[in-house]
Design a protein around this ligand. Sequence first.
Ligand SMILES: [Zn+2]
Length: 77
Amino acid sequence: MTIDNSRNAWTGTGPEDIDEYLEACSEKSYPADRFIHARCSCDGDWFRLEADAEESAVKRTCVACGASLLMLDSAEY
Ligand SMILES: [Zn+2]
C-alpha cells in the first residue's frame, strides 16, 4: 500500500490506504483507532470517496451500483 499526497488529493493503491487517510482526518477531533472495510448491499467493495477535511465529513459511493452513503456522523455536517 502506498499513498501519494503530493498533489491536491490523496491517492492510494489499495483498500488499506483508506485507514491511514481516515486516521489523519480524525486525529484533530476524535482519533480513530479501528477501521472496518465497507461492503455495499450489492456486494461491491470499490467506492468513490469524497471527504471534506475541514468538516470531517465523508461520503462513499459504490462504483458498481452508484449507491451513496454519508459515513459515520457526516450527515450532521
Ligand atoms: Zn453497490
